[in-house]
Design a protein around this ligand. Structure first.
Ligand code: ADP
Ligand code: MG
Length: 488
């Protein structure tokens, strides 16, 4: 059947994602080996990481805390008892011959995450479960001509696996879901979210069915996508491939496929092994953990404000529009910077504008991240204060003080304004001199003004600004000018 004659809109895609996130703990999941991305291969591998006989794993409490944080952020139920399980399989990068994971009793269950779809609607994507597990080592097939090389540094690094319900309906929704997951992980400071370095990994389960069908189709799992965009591309391609296969009368089988980013296509890797192949059984070396409600409450107290709460605060309390609010919270460091500016000024609108407009365009131009921004939030607040007090004009602050401060970040804002001769005069004695000069220039216009031609105030103000060489504070000067004219 030719592609052209297929009615793709007859079909509904169904997608569920499995996301592995590497936890940013200082040491590994079940031993004290440090974990640092980029360490020399096979240098952080103590006997427990290597699974030497007689060694015993030990809980890293921080991993449990991190998993609970993610569970709370995604509205999950937190299980009271934590049992660990062994997942058995043989592979060169798994020296123990099994992974410690959770099987029947994941730490978090039954939550959800909200995404905002293109049409502006909120959509809840169910989170089936989040469980804790340890990573395997890394096999590298492309470093040596003949041999596969193995780096065991990653063996035992803590992961959480976040499994979604099959609630996602398109590649784009998957992209939005992943963006929200990453945002939460970064706000919670439990994972750096870097997909290229592998600290965030995603497998996509995809099936298609005729719209309105009451049973899902056969799912295919796609692996090896190294960016959110590639997850989206892989899903979009896979949906199309499955529909075309079905329309051609083929039967789909459960399988694992790999994504080829260059071609934008997926290829069969292996037929899907059943869960029973892993022979899960309770981990005998780790006692179960009990998590009390008090313990969970304590963690709740430590949670930072999450993007959704910030969005509500920025739009409802600060009156920012939705677009601005979203830009500010999109990245935690930007939101933090903004919040810090706010701890030094009450002018939220102005603070938002400085972060959104001036700072952001400077950072974009220089290809810098806000963490590398040299001006301190307190200094931005000082600029805002000078403008609000009428000491400098808005345009002078933007065009002169801001760039000068970047050049010389240890100077005070006031001293920069002074040295650039940008301080406006609001002292009425000084202003009066300039006003008198301005009025004296157009004696005949005074009567016209007094007869009701109030627009002449612009002419006089122009003269005041000229006489003051731009240093007169326009607000104070124009009030004083009116007063002076009225007295004439
Ligand atoms: P498996 O046993 O193969 O790991 P699970 O039931 O654990 O399968 O589900 C794994 C992921 O696949 C989950 O994210 C789930 O939402 C998703 N999923 C399950 N069934 C389907 C389906 N028919 N189509 C698409 N995704 C599915
Ligand atoms: Mg599964």
């Amino acid at each position: 059947m030719s592609e052209n004659s297929i009615d793709y809109s007859k079909y509904q895609a169904v997608i569920g994602l499995e996301v592995h996130a590497q936890m940013l703990t200082k040491s590994k999941a079940y031993c004290s080996d440090a974990y640092d991305y980029g360490s020399d291969p096979n240098t952080i591998i103590g006997p427990i990481s290597l699974g030497h006989p007689g060694t015993l794993p030990k809980h890293n409490k921080e991993v449990v805390n991190y998993a609970i944080k993610m569970g709370l952020a995604t509205h999950c139920h937190i299980a009271e008892y934590q049992y660990y399980a062994r997942k058995n399989y043989f592979y060169g990068d798994l020296p123990k011959g099994y992974q410690i994971t959770q099987d029947k009793t994941p730490i978090c269950t039954n939550g959800y995450l909200e995404i905002k779809t293109k049409d502006g609607n909120e959509k809840k994507i169910g989170i089936t479960r989040i469980h804790m597990e340890e990573d395997a080592g890394k096999s590298m097939h492309d470093q040596d001509l003949y041999d596969t090389l193995i780096d065991l540094n990653r063996a035992g690094v803590p992961l959480i696996e976040i499994v979604s319900e099959p609630d996602i309906r398109s590649g784009e929704e998957a992209y939005l879901y992943l963006t929200e997951i990453k945002k939460l992980l970064k706000y919670l400071e439990i994972c750096d979210g870097n997909m290229e370095e592998g600290s965030l990994r995603c497998d996509a389960n995809i099936s298609v069915m005729i719209k309105g069908a009451d049973k899902f189709g056969t799912k295919v799992e796609v692996k090896n996508m190294n960016s959110f965009r590639n997850v989206q591309r892989a899903i979009d391609h896979e949906i199309k491939r499955q529909i075309e296969a079905l329309e051609a009368g083929e039967t789909l089988r459960m399988e694992t496929r790999t994504f080829d980013a260059l071609k934008g296509t997926t290829a069969a890797m292996r037929s899907k092994e059943g869960a029973s192949d892993y022979r899960y059984f309770p981990e005998p070396d780790l006692p179960p953990l009990r998590i009390t409600p008090v313990y969970i409450d304590n963690i709740k107290q430590l949670m930072p404000e999450l993007p959704k709460a910030l969005f509500e605060k920025y739009t409802k309390q600060f009156g920012l529009n939705e677009y601005d609010a979203n830009v500010l919270i999109d990245d935690k460091d930007t939101a933090n910077y903004f919040e810090e500016v706010l701890s030094h000024t009450k002018n939220t609108k102005s603070a938002a504008n400085w972060v959104m407009v001036n700072i952001r365009s400077y950072l974009n131009e220089q290809a810098l991240h806000i963490k590398q921004f040299i001006i301190k939030p307190a200094q931005i607040a000082e600029i805002i204060a000078l403008i609000d007090e009428g000491k400098v004009s808005h345009s002078a602050a933007q065009q002169k003080i801001f760039p000068a401060l970047i050049e010389s970040p240890s100077s005070s804002v006031l001293s920069i304004a002074e040295s650039l001769n940008l301080l406006q005069e609001s002292n009425s004695d000084e202003l009066q001199v300039w006003i008198d000069v301005a009025i004296a220039k157009f004696p005949e216009k005074i009567a016209e003004y007094k007869a009701g031609k109030v627009s002449l105030i612009g002419l006089f103000m122009g003269e005041v600004m000229k006489a003051s060489k731009g240093k007169a504070d326009p607000k104070v000067a124009s009030a004083l000018l009116k007063e002076t004219l009225d007295k004439k």
